[in-house]
Design a protein around this ligand. Structure first.
Ligand code: NOJ
Length: 562
């Protein structure tokens, strides 16, 4: 298999507002990140993915960019950014920027011009349409609730926004606009950044004619993802972006592409496609939701069998043909330990089990700040404690639909993006070492027990386990490039697989449950010598060579010698 640095790298996602504040304004910033570079280096990660740090009115925490060429003053200055790149590089760390190319802020000068009159030269940079008999131009539903269309009084036409009303969608059919984006991307590359995460890239092309989605129930708006996701022309756009801009650089790219399976993902990441190195897929993120998109708020029971099935399909379909990006959490998702593990009785064990999974699958692992200390979902008592625009829009809609406060809050506790956006917990002090001021969003009260300082002191902490896993991955190419094979697909508790590269074989054994379990060694492995590489419990379990009893959320990693 083609070896690449970005296949071997471990990526750490930083949500700058919540990582480390340096000036006491209650919000994280670039100098804060600078002060934590050594911590990140010691953790063993290679690439820092910075969520957007550009100038922005922050309707969606920076995913609404008003100037692609400027740093949000709340995060610092361009000089701070340059210093961050330099200091990161000195330590062998790379910087990956988060680029939002599907939309801008409604405060971006392009949009201000575009909305000013129907014949403004930048009108066509965005999607403008007249209403249909006093109704929206079509029936598409926004990711953040309501219609994707907003009426602009100035010209009495609607503009499209797949996300909030403050995030108008850019029109990629306009070559001049696309050239402006190219120019901007070249500018960041010239600064020495090492890669990009392309936000919402699956949506940059919409179905020709912007047709209505099927709507048998005649609702005002309906989910219409198939009409603006992963359309054929997205690939033309990405090919061109590579040919015109990216090809000269040894960078890494990952695209956010919801709504696809692994076969379709190959259209982006297939070795011969030259579009993206990897994509973030969402199939495992939908397992606990009634439907994707706005349906995410309605719960659905997920099973370990389903999780194995989804991840295994991605592993085997992409093997040798493309490359996976693996993640269990990020700034848009609940905390993995609260979602896929157990954040009360078995928090430490299950966080370690999830880490074992993340670092032993084929693909580049992406971990999100705080996962390495097992941070848990926030459970704020009032909607007033929440800051996320998606959560607040959902709250309004759910109220209108007659849901009770309690019902809404329960959905929010499970799924709000703010679950992952509480400040990083550095120590047990009143502000968790995050700020000397008042944090922009409340801290999780459990920071007194769950924090980096505590974790560094405890040799059995989740943090030390992460370090050990990252070291193992670096030392064993079989964990990066090895062929994945699922064992026991129908076992409802155990997730077991092997990774094989030439003569090397590793077996990953995960008891994905809060109950004891027993693993019977398959016959072909019974006679072989098994060397324990890492485990999340101390002490050997009783082994008779044939069956292995496993404790709740026990994770074990074996090297199999033939
Ligand atoms: C995906 C980003 O991860 C999310 O935070 C943002 O709200 C949307 N894209 C819109 O940019």
């Amino acid at each position: 298999m083609n070896e690449k640095w970005w296949k071997e790298a471990v990526v750490y996602e930083i949500y700058p507002a919540s990582f480390q504040d340096s000036n006491g304004d209650g919000k994280g910033d670039l100098r804060g990140i600078l002060s934590r570079l050594d911590y990140l280096k010691e953790l063993g990660v290679d690439v820092l993915w910075l969520c957007p740090i550009y100038e922005s009115p922050e309707a969606d925490n920076g995913y609404d960019i008003s100037d692609y060429y400027a740093i949000n003053p709340a995060f610092g200055t361009m000089a701070d950014f340059d210093e961050l790149v330099e200091e990161a590089h000195k330590r062998g760390l790379k910087i990956m920027m988060d680029l939002v190319l599907n939309h801008t802020s409604d405060q971006h000068p392009w949009f201000k011009e575009s909305r000013s009159s129907k014949d403004n030269p930048k009108r066509d940079y965005y999607y403008w349409r007249p209403g249909q008999n006093g109704l929206f131009p079509n029936n598409w539903e926004s990711y953040f609730s309501g219609s994707v269309w907003e009426l602009d009084k100035q010209t009495d036409e609607y503009y499209m926004h797949l996300y909030s009303v403050h995030q108008p969608d850019l029109n990629w059919n306009n070559a001049e606009m696309v050239n402006e984006l190219y120019r901007m991307i070249r500018w960041w590359l010239a600064k020495g950044v090492d890669g990009f995460r392309f936000d919402a890239i699956a949506h940059i092309v919409k179905a020709a004619g912007l047709p209505n989605a099927d709507n048998p129930e005649h609702l005002p708006v309906v989910q219409a993802y198939q009409l603006f996701s992963n359309l054929e022309k997205v690939h033309d756009m990405l090919k061109k972006l590579n040919e015109e801009v990216l090809i000269e650089y040894d960078i890494m790219t990952v695209g956010e592409t919801s709504g696809l399976g692994p076969e379709q993902a190959l259209e982006y990441v297939g070795d011969e496609r030259h579009e993206l190195n990897m994509v973030f897929q969402f199939e495992h993120m939908y397992l606990d939701a009634a439907r994707p998109g706005t349906g995410k708020w309605e719960p659905r029971a997920w099973t370990v069998m389903e999780l194995k099935k989804v991840l295994s399909r991605w592993q085997t379909t992409l093997h040798g043909r493309g490359w996976n990006a693996n993640y269990l959490g990020n700034h848009d998702q609940p905390r993995p330990v609260s979602r896929f593990g157990n954040d009360t009785v078995y928090r430490v064990e299950s966080a370690k089990l999830l880490a074992t999974l993340l670092f032993t699958l084929e693909g580049t692992p992406y971990l999100y700040q705080g996962e390495e200390i097992g941070m848990t979902n926030a459970r704020f008592p009032s909607i007033h404690d929440y800051r996320d625009i998606e959560t607040l829009n959902y709250y309004e809609q759910a109220k209108l639909q007659g849901m009770s406060e309690q019902q809404i809050l329960e959905a929010v506790w499970r799924k709000s993006r703010d679950n992952a956006r509480t400040p990083m917990q550095w120590d047990a002090s009143a502000s968790a070492g995050f700020t000397t001021g008042v944090p922009w969003i409340k801290l999780h009260p459990n920071h007194e027990d769950i924090n980096v300082t505590q974790a560094l002191q405890d040799p059995n902490s989740i943090l030390h386990y992460y370090r050990a896993l990252i070291r193992l991955r670096n030392e064993n190419k079989v964990l990066v490039y090895g062929d994945y094979k699922l064992l026991l697909p129908l076992d409802p508790q155990l997730y077991v697989y092997t990774r094989t590269l030439g003569e090397e074989k590793v077996l990953v054994l995960l008891n994905f449950s809060g109950h004891e379990a027993s693993f019977a060694w398959p016959e072909d492995l019974q006679e072989q010598t098994k060397e324990l590489m890492l485990a999340n419990y101390k002490g050997e379990s009783d082994e008779d060579g044939q069956t292995l009893p496993l404790r709740p959320y026990e994770a074990r990693l074996y090297r199999i010698h033939s």
